[in-house]
Design a protein around this ligand. Structure first.
Ligand code: FUL
Length: 433
């Protein structure tokens, strides 16, 4: 009797040990980072004095009186962004020129002194409200560098900057993301000094305090830039993340964001046009398809609207992607491994009938970390394993990796995990025509 019980116990323990969810190896995302990574695409809006003066970087002395949108409609922005699949929006509350789009107490260089609504307008507040009304996440960009303020470079300015963050957080928070831009110091108006000032961005702004204010009461806010970020820049503004992309940096989980504008500039310029559909698709595959989030910028025009040519292009882009990903042809596949935690060396999927695919979406279960360093994919057709016809570099996977290849027919599909940093735990593999 005793012996039988013992054997039973041993067998039960052994079964439990085999199928139990392995513990994570290496860094893993916080719940907030995980939620954020699932957003995939959201929008930037660059709007301010630059819009009305055909500029990208105002010097800090452009008159506030030039800010005069004639037909501003934040609901139009929000509805447009929702129609092209954006999960949130981040507005430039203040760009490097120092002009504030909300009625701040901290400076006269703000919307209060513009003709917009006779000084009674508040673009940050109007967008915040439109987001609440239509269910879009809201975030802000607040440039640490301020080319207007005479005190820039002193302690006094840092106090002012923190006060601006405080006002914004108190009046319009919580935010899903807050941007501390990286461009810092240099020449500017600085209250009429017209000189070059340099600061040490690692110490000057006290980003620890800035982040504490932004996240007070909302620890889920993702922080871009500064010295204590929770997400990171991929290093260019062209919309292309490298194919090898880790969510980890050293022993920290720090997932990547790709920021790029739908037009050449961040701000609206009459002479510029939105990018072609093909380029926007390419950007998607090189950002979301490379394990990064895509922050796509829409320059609002002088009327205060997203131009219709941009919204039509973006909606077409979104619909093209939705069509491509409308039917997962691998749903009905039989797979060699039904246990996602089996620490895979390879995974083979069998189709009932020969099936043509041109795109695969791979996802690791990142709650357990990011582990795949190199993999390969082959298809089985007429008794042979064949490589896919593709230029894709098959290295990292992470939250999401999209592999495009020349359409090919297959009876089976095989993914081999050649080099890994830890147990391979795939969340999902999907295939599309
Ligand atoms: C950069 C800025 O200098 C650009 O003007 C733009 O705002 C971009 C998103 O970030 O650092």
């Amino acid at each position: 009797m005793m012996k039988k019980t013992l054997i039973l116990l041993i067998v039960t323990a052994a079964v439990a040990a085999c199928s139990k969810t392995p513990t994570a190896l290496g860094p893993t995302p916080t719940e907030a980072q995980l939620q954020w990574q699932q957003l995939e695409t959201y929008a930037f809006i660059h709007f301010g004095l630059n819009t009305f003066n055909d500029m990208e970087w105002g010097y800090g002395d452009t008159p506030a009186s030039t800010f005069n949108p004639t037909d501003l409609d934040c609901e139009q922005w929000v509805l447009t962004l929702k129609a092209c699949g954006m999960q949130g929006v981040i507005l430039t509350a203040k760009h490097h020129d120092g002009f504030c789009l909300w009625p701040t107490e901290t400076t006269d260089y703000c919307i209060k002194n513009s003709p917009y609504k006779n000084g009674q307008g508040d673009v940050v507040g109007e967008l915040c409200e439109a987001c609440r009304k239509h269910g879009l996440r809201f975030g802000l960009y607040l440039s640490p560098w301020d080319r207007h303020q005479a005190s820039y470079g002193t302690e006094e300015y840092v106090k002012l900057y923190h006060q601006q963050i405080q006002e914004l957080t108190y009046n319009y928070g919580p935010f899903f993301e807050f941007w501390f831009d990286g461009a810092n110091g240099g020449d500017g108006w600085y209250g009429g000094a017209n000189e070059t000032r340099s600061i040490d961005a690692n110490t000057y702004y006290d980003f620890e305090k800035a982040r504490a204010i932004v996240c007070s009461g909302s620890p889920e806010t993702m922080v871009f830039g500064g010295t204590v970020p929770t997400i990171r820049w991929i290093g260019n503004e062209r919309g292309y993340a490298a194919p090898t992309l880790w969510c980890t940096v050293g022993d920290a989980w720090l997932p990547a964001e790709v920021d790029v504008s739908i037009r050449p500039g961040w701000f609206y310029h009459e002479s510029e046009q939105p990018k072609a559909l093909e380029e926007l698709l390419d950007i998607y595959f090189n950002s979301v398809g490379h394990n990064a989030n895509l922050l796509l910028n829409f320059p609002v025009n002088k009327e205060g609207r997203i131009p219709s040519i941009d919204s039509l292009r973006a909606v077409e882009w979104h619909q093209t992607l939705q069509n491509l990903f409308s039917e997962d042809l691998m749903k009905a596949c039989k797979t060699s491994s039904s246990d996602p935690y089996a620490n895979l060396q390879e995974q083979v999927f069998s189709f009932d009938n020969p099936t043509t695919l041109s795109c695969l979406v791979l996802q690791e279960d990142i709650t357990k970390g990011q582990h795949v360093e190199r993999f390969s994919i082959s298809r089985y057709r007429n008794g042979k394993w064949l490589p896919l016809d593709t230029d894709e570099v098959m290295t990292t996977i992470g939250y999401k990796r999209i592999i495009r290849f020349k359409p090919a027919e297959m009876e089976k599909l095989r993914i081999r995990f050649i080099k890994t940093k830890g147990p391979v735990m795939m969340k999902k593999v999907s295939g599309y025509q």
